[in-house]
Ligand binder design. Structure first.
Ligand code: PHE
Length: 469
């Protein structure tokens, strides 16, 4: 069955929003989306909270068996449907004559992306604040205690948090309003290589800090007794989050990929880059944690307390420290623009709206929702939406543990059973044989069942355990 008439197919060769200028720019852009706070800030602290080694192994398994296949599926859907996630889905549904129920994938993605951006911007604002703090020299030779105090004082001041949240969101809106080629490409072309370089500098420093061996053991020696069922859930959620899956981001970027780009190898490269940055961040942060007697499971503040300590003691640490937080902010920006892109592309395509106007209005809306997360760290710290979850915890939990896995299962099932076989084969360059078998096994069975199992467990713990507690 041909999935489109030839006229339609010709139309679908290009996206209305523009196209990536080369395969490598797509790699950079997708890596720019994937590499972000999730790798540098979140991965080390949740690995710390979940016992280290065993968690890392489960996480790697999730990336390999679930993350990569779903990421490939997303790019394929974006490219075959050539449009914002909602439109891409609509095009594919029409050509496959499938139920319009599947459109929910696009909406779930756009909704999750919007909600995540609201708090992502708040945390990224912390990184902006630390550029300033490092550069001004107040952190030179601080003690662990002082570094901890500075961070907690900062969190307790809602005005400061709002200021940096506003600045970050304004930057994102500014870049996104310039469009794919000018805004997105230029941002990733400069930021990504610099980020890698600085990570290496930090690794070299950490390797000599005295805590490296302990850190290495913490991250790579696995002790199953420390891995709880909850850890599986967190690991899977993290795999989705870090690869930017099920939020429409990768699908939206997929719409700007040329027909010649080989999806499987390109996405595998992106996943390798993303995973390496996460592991490198852990190996940069944990030695400092152990060398200074800090607690590896100290939660969201981990990076913001440990790294200023390290830089504060390094010769030239002011400059390196400021530069490092600058790059964390860049990594966060290249991720944040991909969170806003799907919604923007949808509004521009659907209403023929001006990109700039839509970017500003959606930015303001998202900023407003983000205020709830700002307040969760101070004024509303004791205000729980459910159980012991503040507004920030709640949004983080619902998006990461419910919306993303649900979106992920639907994407896998749609790609596996609704998109016509010929379209999949053409998009992925499958010609039978080993790769096809592996692909079918992963996308039809392992990925959806894996996510579904974890998802059911989440629902069970969310609905059932609080009642018995
Ligand atoms: N992958 C990004 C990170 O690890 C976060 C993100 C999620 C970005 C979803 C875009 C879409 O920080």
């Amino acid at each position: 069955m041909a999935y489109t008439s030839s006229k339609q197919a010709a139309k679908l060769k290009q996206s209305r929003q523009g196209m990536w200028s080369s395969r490598w720019l797509f790699v950079l852009a997708a890596a720019g989306s994937a590499v972000g706070l999730g790798n540098i800030w979140k991965f080390p602290y949740i690995a710390g909270e979940n016992g280290g080694g065993a968690f890392v192994v489960v996480y790697l398994g999730c990336v390999l068996l679930v993350g990569i296949p779903i990421m490939i599926a997303e790019v394929m859907l974006g490219r075959a449907g050539r449009g914002s996630p909602v439109h891409a889905l609509r095009n594919l549904i029409e050509s496959a004559k499938a139920s319009s129920f599947w459109r929910v994938i696009g909406w779930l993605g756009i909704g999750a992306g919007f909600l995540i951006l609201s708090y992502y911007s708040v945390i990224a604002g912390w990184a902006l604040f630390y550029i300033w703090q490092m550069g001004s020299g107040v952190l030179v030779a601080v003690t662990p205690d002082q570094a901890g105090k500075l961070f907690s004082n900062f969190l307790s001041d809602p005005f400061q948090l709002v200021f940096w949240h506003t600045l970050f969101m304004a930057l994102v809106v500014w870049i996104v309003s310039k469009g794919v080629v000018k805004g997105l490409e230029n941002a990733v072309r400069i930021c990504m290589p610099l980020l890698f370089l600085l990570l290496v500098v930090l690794l070299v420093y950490s390797a000599q800090s005295g805590g490296f061996e302990q850190a290495f053991n913490f991250m790579f020696s696995f002790n199953w007794s420390e891995m709880h069922l909850d850890g599986f859930l967190v690991a899977l959620g993290q795999a989705f989050f870090t690869l930017s899956l099920a939020m429409g981001a990768i699908m939206a970027y997929g719409a700007y990929v040329s027909e010649e780009t080989p999806i499987i190898s390109t996405i595998t490269t992106v996943a390798i880059i993303d995973t390496s940055v996460a592991i490198a961040s852990g190996l940069a942060i944990f030695p400092i944690v152990f060398a200074n007697g800090l607690d590896p499971s100290s939660g969201p503040g981990l990076m913001f307390v440990t790294l200023p300590l390290a830089f504060g003691q390094m010769p030239g640490g002011m400059v390196f420290g400021a530069l490092f937080f600058l790059l964390v902010s860049f990594a966060a920006i290249t991720s944040a623009i991909s969170l806003l892109e799907p919604l923007l592309a949808y509004l521009v395509e659907e209403y023929n709206a001006k990109r700039k106007r839509v970017a500003v209005s959606m930015g303001v809306l998202c900023w407003t929702v983000g205020l709830g997360s700002v307040l969760s760290f101070n004024v509303w710290a004791e205000f729980y939406i459910v159980g012991d979850k503040t507004f920030f915890d709640f949004v983080d939990y619902v998006t990461q543990n419910i919306m993303l896995p649900l979106g992920g299962v639907l994407i896998a099932l749609f790609a596996a059973f609704v998109v016509p076989k010929e379209v999949v084969a053409e998009q992925l360059g499958l010609r039978g044989g080993f790769v096809s078998i592996i692909w079918n096994l992963l996308i039809k069975l392992i990925a959806p069942l894996g996510v579904l199992a974890v998802f059911c467990y989440t629902i069970y713990t969310t609905l059932y355990l609080p009642m018995t507690a």
